[in-house]
Structure formats: C-alpha cells, structure tokens
Write a protein that binds this ligand. Structure first.
Ligand code: SAM
Length: 291
C-alpha cells in the first residue's frame, strides 16, 4: 500500500528526511524488497489471533507487513533515533508496539506477559542484526518462551549450520542446540541487493518450528549440551580424544573406550558424525558414570 516503506525510493526518502546515517555497528541493513518481505511473513503462519515479536524493526519495513497479518505486534529496537520514524510508519497500526531496548538485556518473559496475554501463539519474525544472530537465537530458545515459529533472516553461513545434518561439514554444536529445540528448515536464499546498504555476506531466511517436546530424551539438558560442546572442541580429533580431554584422566581414560563401545559408538569417529540420539545415549552413560 501507499504507506509501505520497503521500496528503495521510500526508504531513501525517509533516511534523508530524518538525516539518518545508518550504523554498521548495529547491523543496520534495511529491507527494500516486497517479495522477500512476503516470503518472510508467509513462512511465519500469522493470523488475527496470533502475535509477532520482531527484533530490530529499523524503520518498520517488516513491521508494517506483520501488522497487516497479526493481531498483536511487539517490536524491540535498540536505536533511539529510529523511534520517531517508527511512530510515523506504524501510525496506521495501533496494535503494533515498539519497545526501546537491547533484546539481549530485556526481560522477555515479562514482555510476553505484558503484550501477548490472550494471544493464541506468538512467532518471532525478524531480519536480525547479524553481529548477534547466535546469542539472540540461543536466548529465545533457552528462555523457553512459548513460541510457535522463529522465522529470521540471517547470514547464509549461520543458517546452513543451524539446519545441518550429521556427517556434513556444517554440522556442529549449533546444529544440535537448534535442532534439539526446533525443526529447522531453509525458506529461501536472499541476494544482497534487497538491502540498503548491502551487507558483505550472503543471507538466508530460516524457519525454526519450535518443538513441544525434544526429539530425544535427556536426563540433564545442561550436561547433554556440555558433552556436545566438548565433542567439537577440536573438530578434527576423535570423539574419544575430545571426551577424554574433558571428562577423564590418564588413569581413567580406558573406561571411556569401554563406555563408548558399550553404547555402540566407535571411539575413532569424529563428533561431527554422531546423531542427536547418539549424543543423548552418550550423555546418559557419562552421567551415570558420574562425569
Ligand atoms: N527490520 C528492519 C528491516 O528489515 O529493514 C531492520 C533490520 S536491521 C538488519 C537490524 C535492526 O536491529 C536495526 O534496526 C538495529 O538498530 C537493530 N538492533 C541492533 N542491535 C539490537 C539489539 N541488541 N536489540 C534490539 N535491536 C537491535
């Protein structure tokens, strides 16, 4: 519609009128392409009963499209200079609220209580600031917010790692952390030309469907992730070497070999070949042994 900001000319006009120089340090690359916005919001499966949480609304390109579909929109923006602009671009959408703050410091469960009471499911939809992609995703997952989908534009390289399957070069602790909490799916690859200014990495949109229950049973989630982390400390080393360095001494090391074999895991394999089921089995066995 006429008030949409996501065109090259409208975005440039707004930035000029407000004398705004974008900050690279805040990951400010704004979307100027309607087709990409459409792909992002469609992947989020919004509706009048749903809520959308946006991280980093910028001048409101995505926020406007979210507000057209969702019953409630909450957008968190760190850059105070953008607040008056958002006031303008979101003027037609009173059910969209902007909160000023750093997403990594805000109390998200409290914001959910304040803004999404009575809403039938909330999804995070955002073109994330790339310098903090992983900390943001990990915060959303670890705080166990009641989320349906997380649909985000991120660096393609990070999207590939999040969605990677065992035995591939991209598979690592991030893949396991994300896939423990979500089903990950690449929605589309995005050219640099849809941003102002253009970022110097390739981008992709990824959808994470948040799981109601984890795909594997683990007795102690923190310990499970500790074992996963330890297994990738030195990527080129075997699972035996990485785990021995973290959980065993010279004297007790031989027990590890027995434990791996008893759990059907060849000690010579590398961490990147183990499935989530194998990590679950392995962490239970290490926990039972008192590691
Ligand atoms: N959503 C807009 C778009 O698609 O055009 C802007 C996306 S831009 C990639 C990222 C936005 O996140 C910027 O507006 C930036 O100011 C904001 N931002 C950066 N760090 C943030 C933080 N820690 N908390 C909240 N917002 C942040």
């Amino acid at each position: 519609t006429s008030e949409d900001v996501a065109t090259p000319s409208k975005t440039k006009e707004i930035l000029k009128r407000h004398d705004l120089v974008l900050k690279k340090s805040l990951g400010q690359n704004f979307l100027i392409d309607h087709n990409i916005l459409h792909k992002i919001v469609s992947a989020a499966e919004l509706g009048p009963d749903k809520g959308a949480l946006e991280i980093g609304p910028g001048i409101g390109a995505l926020t406007q499209q979210l507000a057209k579909l969702a019953g409630r929109v909450l957008a968190i923006e760190i850059d105070q200079r953008l607040l008056p602009i958002l006031g303008e671009t979101l003027e037609p959408y009173p059910h969209a609220t902007v909160v000023h703050g750093d997403v990594l410091k805000l109390d998200l469960p409290e914001l959910f209580r304040q803004h999404f009471a009575g809403v039938d499911g909330v999804s995070v939809v955002a073109n994330l600031p790339y310098y903090i992609t992983t900390p943001i995703i990990m915060k959303l997952l670890e705080e166990k917010l009641p989320l349906e989908n997380i649909v985000v534009m991120i660096q393609k390289e990070v999207a590939d790692r999040m969605a990677a399957r065992p035995g591939t070069k991209d598979y690592g602790s991030l893949s396991i952390a994300v896939q423990f909490h979500c089903e990950a799916e690449l929605v589309t690859i995005v050219p640099r030309t849809v941003f102002v200014p253009q970022p110097n990495v390739d981008s992709a949109v990824i959808r994470l469907r948040v799981r109601k229950t984890p795909p594997v049973e683990v007795a102690d989630e923190a310990f499970f992730f500790e074992v996963v982390q330890a297994s990738f400390v030195q990527r080129r080393k075997t699972i035996y070497n990485n785990l021995a360095a973290r959980f065993f001494t010279k004297e007790t090391k031989s027990e590890l070999e027995t434990l791996l074999l008893a759990n059907n895991i060849d000690p010579q394999r590398r961490g990147e070949t183990l499935s989530m089921e194998e990590y679950a089995r392995l962490s239970s066995a290490l926990l039972a042994r008192g590691c």
